[in-house]
Design a protein around this ligand. Structure first.
Ligand code: ZN
Length: 461
């Protein structure tokens, strides 16, 4: 029995872990490295194991840093079975197709540069949309929360609700080999308790080992209620001034959560019923549709709404703008529009057009509701840039800028610790976090042997 590490080791992205047991080789996640050129190149490197010998991939959730290398895995010879929840499978399809499209586009522009220079190797995308579609063929059985799946004699997997995004799971593996028994739980990404739509993370059973994410292992989140109030106030002020409200947002989860809060705001009379909301992102529209199909993943509050005939996203005046022409038409709206568009950090996507048309206007607002990494356009605006460059034009920043930090999809330090304590694990492997954060989190753990695996490290169980 062996456990080895092939991504998100002393780093946040590229999640990929392997268990060898009962004659089978099982991957937990196969994610993309994200953030900066160096990590991009890391994705193209060999996997560090013989791809053709992998029997199963168990996917915790559909974020790109957990599923994004699946098309590459299939392209390089994986012929086993990918198992995940029904919602994760649908979301993964949208996410992988989008990722493949972006990679084809990027390769196309880089190839043109090479052609102009007349030298250099023609860049190829990491994988194409066809590769992404091919990988979907390997999705097999559907996992249901709490129901054990037999992978082989002596090897069982149980998916537990992780409350992070729709369909997300922690995975509990029970292995028996040569008279030895071991149980391991992989946390996946854990959600923030008490948020709308999703249930709180399910506590893990007592196990021998835990492989644990540590994204926010060193900090506590702001409470949700004041953040919702801030959101309402910002929208109200903007409507009063007669400007537009631009909300750069992430297609999965954050968008649906914001739509839910807007719905609640209108329902309680806090926001005007006539408010015009535009969801201007094909990927977010698809993800929202997928939410509608999976009430089994939603919490009691959301299901009670559904039962009463109200859909948590059915705002009276919510418009989906899938087509480019519809999106461009939004530029002609001079006031009163609430526009949700990606990308969340304004590094690309339609939101950049809306920023160009609204940042210079004193009556408009931009509301940031998520994490903004250093070096991104969102970060520059949040940090108080006087002007920003968009589509070759210098645009002065005169709009009201709001940063609301209470909407995290990740558990904070205390929530991670509370979940962890249920595992009673004598051995703990920390992954999916910055090394300094892991160190801090490790200092809070008691009665366990803590490991922070390096890439490629193998442990005998
Ligand atoms: Zn995630």
């Amino acid at each position: 029995m062996k456990l080895s590490f092939h991504g998100a080791d002393r780093g946040v992205t590229g999640s990929c872990h392997m268990v060898e047991c009962a004659g089978k080789r099982v991957l937990i996640d196969c994610g993309l490295y994200q953030g900066g050129r160096e990590l991009d190149e890391e994705n193209a490197e060999p996997f560090g194991f013989d791809v053709a010998t992998i029997d199963f991939v168990l996917l915790t959730h559909a974020h790109l840093d957990h599923c994004g290398r699946l098309p590459l895995l299939v392209k390089r010879g994986f012929r086993g079975e990918i198992i995940t929840t029904a919602a994760s499978r649908e979301l993964a399809r949208v996410v992988l197709m989008d990722s493949a499209h972006l990679q084809e586009e990027e390769a196309f522009y880089r190839a043109r540069k090479v052609a102009r220079r007349g030298k250099g190797e023609t860049p190829r995308p990491l994988y194409t949309q066809l590769d992404a579609l091919n990988s979907m063929e390997y999705f097999g059985r559907t996992a249901h929360y709490g129901q054990p799946l037999v992978l082989a004699p002596g090897l069982t997997a149980t998916f537990l609700d992780a409350g992070h995004i729709l369909g997300s799971a922690s995975i509990h593996l029970q292995c028996a080999e040569a008279g030895k028994q071991r149980s391991i739980v992989f946390s996946g990404d854990l959600g923030n308790a008490g948020r709308p739509l999703l249930r709180d993370p399910a506590p893990p059973p007592a196990v021998d080992m835990v492989v644990m994410e540590t994204t926010y292992g060193d900090r506590l989140h702001k409470p949700l209620a004041p953040s919702i109030e801030e959101l309402y106030q910002a929208i109200e002020d903007t409507l009063r001034r007669g400007g537009n409200t631009i909300i750069p947002t992430f297609a999965l989860e954050r968008t649906q959560e914001i739509l839910f809060h807007l719905h609640s705001g209108v329902d309680s009379g806090r926001l005007p019923r006539s408010m015009q909301v535009f969801l201007d992102s094909p990927m977010a529209i698809s993800a929202t549709e997928i939410f509608r199909h999976h009430p089994e993943c939603l919490d009691e509050e959301a299901n009670a709404l559904l039962a009463s005939g109200k859909h948590p996203f059915s705002l009276f005046s919510l418009h989906y703008t899938r087509e480019t022409a519809e999106s461009m038409a939004l530029n002609n709206i001079t006031g009163g529009a609430i526009i949700l568009a990606g990308s969340g950090m304004a590094t690309g996507g339609r939101v950049r057009h809306h920023l160009k048309h609204n940042l210079w206007r004193e009556d408009s607002s931009v509301i940031f509701v998520g994490f903004a990494a250093q070096g991104t356009l969102a970060r520059r605006i949040i940090d108080g840039a006087q002007s920003v460059r968009l589509f070759g034009e210098e645009i002065p920043v005169r709009a009201h800028i709001y940063t609301i930090n209470g909407f995290s999809a990740h558990a904070d330090r205390d929530e991670l610790l509370a979940w962890y304590r249920h595992s009673h694990a004598p051995r703990t492997f920390l992954v999916h976090g910055e090394e300094a954060v892991m160190q801090q989190f490790a200092s809070k753990l008691e009665n366990t042997q803590v490991e922070m695996p390096a890439p490629g490290q193998v442990y005998e169980l």
